[in-house]
Design a protein around this ligand. Structure first.
Ligand code: BGC
Length: 354
């Protein structure tokens, strides 16, 4: 063999290796789908049925999610069956099993418990049904897609707003439910901003507790405990959502401190927007639920028709790199209330400034 042919042979071999290495990388980052799923192909005219398994309808936002998701799925010519589990893990699993046995084409889950709901994903996959995590991530499972807001960013927006007002002092952190992955992301975001100030000695976190099951009465008890333990000497409060922030403010009111201590929340609930313009809550974080509901509805219908969805962004859920879509949250205070939640039609001007 002449040297030219040897060189050509080596180059060809190298090219084959590079190509197959690239292919492997692509393949390994893709979630592994049960064979039954990847083979599934639906005729386009078949009516798709989506199952929506929700944790709760407790907060204002979840009613909105339910209604907007239903409308978005129906606008795409598909139907949706919705069940809410009232914060009960076994109830959520039973309800999901019912949806699976009724033969839904795809399941969308808002998990109450990030770990327990992995059982739903396994059961759905055994039945050849793909599962999308809506707003909250199902952990340690082969969940097919995760669509949410950037929850770490939500926490950062809260802490940035509050540290601007209170660069030094005693902080209270009222977290979400520790069974909800979002609560951990929110807290991470808050501490991304607080930690350098804690390290400098400017800020001390004098109280930091989860709110069991996100129940506002638990946040109230935590805030009362924080005030009592610190002789009311608190300079700022960051609460994981508006429902808990509302109870924080109630506890502050009892001590004559409402409106004197900055409080952050999230969700842009109507009552929070009202408290912001009245001055007892400093800020909230607005997450355009309509965009989330529409995005999930579109992806759910495409997936139910057997299309494979991949995304640039991946989030590790403890078992796999989950293809993810993370939407941008928006910080809202009394300065930008009109050009955010009101302009978007999330709340009317009359309702906010009643
Ligand atoms: C959601 C928040 C909500 C909270 C309590 C979180 O996972 O992201 O918007 O307020 O759950 O339901």
């Amino acid at each position: 063999m002449g040297w030219r042919r040897v060189l050509f042979f080596i180059m060809a071999l190298a090219l084959v290796c590079v190509a197959s290495a690239c292919k492997n990388v692509t393949e390994t980052v893709e979630p592994v789908l049960p064979t039954k799923l990847s083979e599934k192909e639906m005729p386009d005219d078949d009516k798709i049925k989506i199952g929506f398994s929700m944790d709760t309808l407790e907060e204002e936002r979840w009613l909105r999610d339910r209604d907007l998701f239903k409308a978005a799925v129906e606008a795409l010519g598909a139907e949706v069956e919705i069940k809410a589990a009232n914060g009960d893990d076994s109830e959520q699993i039973l309800q999901a099993e019912k949806l699976i046995s009724e033969g839904v084409d795809l399941l969308v889950v808002v998990p109450h418990n990030a770990e327990a709901t992995a059982a739903i994903v396994n059961k759905a996959h055994l039945a050849g049904i793909r599962v999308i995590s809506y707003d909250r991530l199902v952990k340690n499972s082969d969940i097919d897609l995760y669509v949410s807001f950037d929850n770490e960013k939500v926490g950062e927006l809260q802490a940035e707003a509050i540290t601007k007002l209170v660069p030094k002092g005693k902080y209270v952190y009222i977290g979400g439910a520790d069974t909800d992955n979002n609560a951990h992301l929110l807290k991470k975001g808050v501490f991304n901003v607080l930690q350098p100030l804690i390290d400098k000695g400017d800020i001390t976190v004098v109280y930091d507790q989860w709110t069991k099951n996100w129940l506002p009465e638990n946040a109230f008890a935590n805030m009362e405990a924080a005030l009592a333990a610190n002789n009311n000497q608190i300079d700022a409060v960051i609460a994981a959502n508006d429902a808990t922030a509302g109870k924080v403010i109630e506890a502050l009111e009892k001590q004559g401190l409402a409106g004197k201590i900055p409080v952050a929340g999230q969700d842009a609930e109507l009552m929070a927007a009202q408290r912001i313009v009245q001055g007892t809550q400093t800020m909230t974080v607005y997450k355009p639920i309509k965009t989330l509901a529409q995005e999930v509805a579109e992806l759910a219908v495409r997936m139910a028709k057997g299309k494979y969805i991949d995304t640039d962004r991946k989030v590790n859920n403890g078992k796999t790199e989950v293809p993810s879509v993370l939407l941008a949250p928006i910080a809202v205070d009394k300065e930008n209330m009109d050009e955010t939640v009101i302009r978007d039609g999330f709340h009317t001007r009359e309702d906010v400034y009643r």
